[in-house]
Write a protein that binds this ligand. Structure first.
Ligand SMILES: Cc1cc2nc3c(=O)[nH]c(=O)nc-3n(C[C@H](O)[C@H](O)[C@H](O)COP(=O)(O)O)c2cc1C
Length: 207
C-alpha cells in the first residue's frame, strides 16, 4: 500500500501537520508495510501555472498538441496520485478555503482529457476512487452552532476531487486553534482523529 502524504502549512508547530501525521500513523497501524510518498508544499511549493501550461490548457486544440514539456509537472503529480492507494492532506484554512500551495497542486492535477472528461453535464472523473483523508486546522470555527465564518474549504475540495474521481473523502478538523494552548490543541487533534473511519481502508490495507 502506498500513502501519498501532503502537507501545506509553513509553520513548524502546525496543527494541520500534526493532524496529518496522526492520520498517517493510524493508517500505518492498519497497514504496517505501507510505503509513504511525501509532498511538503510549504518547504517545496509548486509554481503557479506557467505560461506554457496555461496556454496548453486554454483550448481543446492546444491540449491535443501540447507545447514540449508543458505538461511534465502536471503529469508527474497526477502519476503520484495514481500510484497512491490512499491520500492524506494536511492543510490550514486560509481565507475560508484551502491554502494557496494546495490550490497550486489542484491546478496541476485537474486536467481535461487526463483526469476528467469535460461533458455538457460537467466534469466526469477519470481516476480510480481511493480514500482521501484531509486534516484541517483553522484559527476560527467553521462548523456547527459556534461557526463564525462560511466554509469554502470542504465543499470546494469535495467538488474538485470528485471531479477527477476521488469521492471517498474524510474531513477531520482541529478548529479554533487561535484560542488553544498546547494541551488544548492536543485534545482538539485527538478529538478530530476520533472521527476517522478506517473501514474505508477495507482490502486496500492488505495491498
Ligand atoms: C493567510 C491566513 C489566512 C487565514 N485565514 C483563516 C480563515 O479564513 N479562517 C480561519 O479560521 N483561520 C484562518 N487562518 C488561521 C489558520 O487557519 C490557523 O492559524 C491554523 O491553525 C493554521 O494551520 P497550521 O496550524 O497547520 O499552521 C488564517 C491564517 C493565515 C496565515
Amino acid at each position: 500500500m502506498n500513502i501519498l502524504h501532503i502537507d501545506c502549512s509553513p509553520r513548524p508547530e502546525s496543527h494541520s501537520r500534526e493532524l496529518s501525521a496522526a492520520i498517517v500513523k493510524q493508517l500505518l497501524a492498519v497497514a504496517p508495510g505501507a510505503s509513504i510518498s511525501r509532498r511538503d508544499f510549504a518547504a517545496a511549493p509548486l509554481p503557479h501555472a506557467s505560461p506554457d501550461y496555461a496556454t496548453t490548457l486554454s483550448s481543446p486544440a492546444t491540449l491535443a498538441a501540447p507545447q514540449k514539456g508543458a505538461l511534465e509537472l502536471s503529469e508527474a503529480l497526477i502519476q503520484e496520485v495514481e500510484a497512491a492507494d490512499v491520500i492524506v492532506i494536511g492543510t490550514p484554512m486560509n481565507n475560508l478555503t484551502v491554502s494557496s500551495v494546495l490550490k497550486a497542486w489542484i491546478d496541476q492535477i485537474l486536467r481535461a482529457g487526463r483526469t476528467f472528461k469535460s461533458t455538457p453535464a460537467g466534469k466526469v472523473g477519470m481516476l480510480r476512487d481511493r480514500p482521501v483523508f484531509i486534516g484541517i486546522a483553522s484559527g476560527g470555527v467553521f462548523t456547527g452552532e459556534r461557526a463564525n465564518q462560511p466554509d469554502f474549504l470542504t465543499p470546494y475540495l469535495s467538488v474538485v476531487l470528485d471531479s477527477i474521481g476521488l469521492k471517498t473523502l474524510q474531513f477531520l478538523s482541529a478548529q479554533a486553534t487561535a484560542f488553544l494552548d498546547r494541551d488544548q490543541a492536543t485534545l482538539a487533534r485527538d478529538k478530530a482523529l476520533a472521527g476517522i473511519d478506517l473501514t474505508v481502508m477495507g482490502e486496500i490495507a492488505c495491498l
